[in-house]
Design a protein around this ligand. Structure first.
Ligand SMILES: [Mg+2]
Length: 455
């Protein structure tokens, strides 16, 4: 596995991978009642002995084929490129992809094409980290501040953060970084869990999983809300009784409400002491979030999993619209754009509590939070990474959560690689599971998707 200065990207393989999660109502919320968690997945092949880059974006079922087609539309930018140059400067590819003028028309910098760019860019970072022999968080934490700044596109955000200001933040982040990296390897990074709170679960399952979360060391859980107020009052009361007064309990409406409804509904649930209300309304409604935040304080307002780019995050921060920034590893254009978003959050002093769950989002995003702790914000105070105990067994380097903390990954790469057996089984519609299922066969009654969240 030696580096070859002449090696090129030889192919971009794509896969439409879907898990039948809707059958257990795992992942169900007020806007997404029956998701089949899916990944539009790609592999960058190289002619450099053994090196590959893996990347993906997350969707919830139908439309994953559209997402795969968007990745395929980018193939011409990648095949034939020098592996060494790509890994030395992933930002060059990122700029080429967002700058493709014909594809840019479909955005700009939002939606299906932007998520496809994120998948490709993240695959390059996976490849770069594997070639360096480091987990991605460490590659970023070890990098020179000047180089990190060169990876960020300041267009449209320079009124909030300049390259010089970013450089100063990253230089300050280097102070004490070695001690924090050691602490990270010892203690991991705090997590919270959404597993108890899916909307489709019975009260008995909610109580059992909420108590289990506390026993497992989590200090924060999250409940889906927004379908029916009387149900939400009952479920919030039930969950609060199950976990006691000292556990933080967030609520998540998944964009269900108008602004006035969000305020009314959140106030109606305030007696159960929700820590934050998440996605109360449209992710595009910056001023609506600001209005809600003023009205529901001290309940915090959180959003980000559907915020489509750094420009909208900038406005949410400028407008004082959020208390908690929930970046997503696979919604925006990959690590490069998430560096911009982390720098914006640090500038405004807003804690980042990333969105995760889905397929592989925990695996990816842990690297960004860990970099932020070691070499940017320098703190984990009021910061937690979302954790959902689904589908990790499909990854070669799955997340490990113990005592309410993500253990720090140590294998080289971005933890993005799926097992070949998973790809063979869950490729839609030709993989083993789907071929049998679509033919009407019982796929042996096995829990192939691993959809039972916790014991
Ligand atoms: Mg959410």
């Amino acid at each position: 596995m030696s580096a070859d200065p002449t090696a090129r990207i030889t192919a971009v393989d794509t896969h439409d991978i879907r898990f039948p999660t809707s059958r257990e109502l795992d992942g169900s919320d007020a806007m997404n009642p029956d998701p089949d968690y899916s990944a539009a997945y790609l592999v960058l092949r190289t002619c450099e002995g053994g090196h590959e880059g893996h990347g993906f974006t997350f969707t919830i079922g139908r439309g994953n084929d559209v997402q795969v087609a968007a990745i395929e539309a980018l193939r011409g930018h990648v095949v034939g490129r020098s592996v060494a140059e790509l890994c030395a400067d992933p930002g060059a590819l990122y700029r080429d992809l967002i700058g493709d003028s014909q594809l840019r028309w479909l955005g700009p910098e939002k939606g299906v094409m932007h998520m496809a760019i994120g998948a490709v860019v993240n695959a390059v970072w996976d490849l770069a980290a594997k070639r360096e022999g480091k987990p991605l968080w460490q590659l970023l934490a070890d990098a020179e501040p000047e180089w990190l700044v060169s990876q960020v596109d300041f267009r449209y955000i320079a009124d909030a953060i300049t390259p010089q200001a970013a450089l100063e933040l990253l230089r300050r982040g280097k102070e004490g970084a070695a001690e924090r990296a050691a602490e990270l390897l010892r203690s991991g990074y705090p997590a919270y869990t959404t597993s108890p709170g899916w909307l489709g679960y019975s009260d008995e399952k909610l109580i059992r999983l909420a108590k289990q979360a506390v026993a497992d060391g989590f200090t924060q859980i999250k409940l889906k809300v927004g379908a029916d107020l009387a149900d939400d009052v009952r479920r919030c009361r039930t969950a609060r009784q199950a976990v006691g007064p000292d556990i933080r309990m967030a609520i998540d409406a998944n964009q269900r409400w108008n602004v006035a409804e969000a305020i009314e509904w959140t106030r109606a649930l305030a007696e159960f002491d929700p820590y934050w209300v998440e996605e109360p309304t449209s992710p595009d409604d910056v001023l609506g979030h600001a209005t809600i935040r003023r009205a529901v304080a001290p309940v915090k307002v959180a959003t980000g999993e559907h915020v489509q780019n750094r420009v909208v995050f900038k406005q949410l921060l400028q407008a004082g619209a959020i208390d908690v920034l929930q970046l997503d590893s696979a919604r925006v254009a990959g690590v490069n754009e998430n560096l911009a978003i982390l720098l914006l959050a640090a500038t405004y002093g807003v804690p980042v509590c990333p969105h995760a769950g889905g397929v592989g989002l925990c695996e990816l995003v842990q690297h960004l939070s860990m970099f932020d702790y070691v070499a940017l914000s320098g703190t984990t105070e009021d910061r937690v990474i979302e954790y959902v105990d689904h589908l990790h067994q499909h990854f070669v380097d799955p997340v490990r959560v113990q005592d309410g903390h993500y253990r720090t990954p140590t294998l080289p790469g971005f933890s993005a690689q799926m097992h070949q057996d998973t790809i063979d089984t869950f490729t839609y519609p030709t993989g083993g599971f789907w071929a049998a299922d679509l033919a009407g066969a019982d796929p042996a009654g096995r829990d192939l998707a691993g959809t039972e969240p916790t014991a």
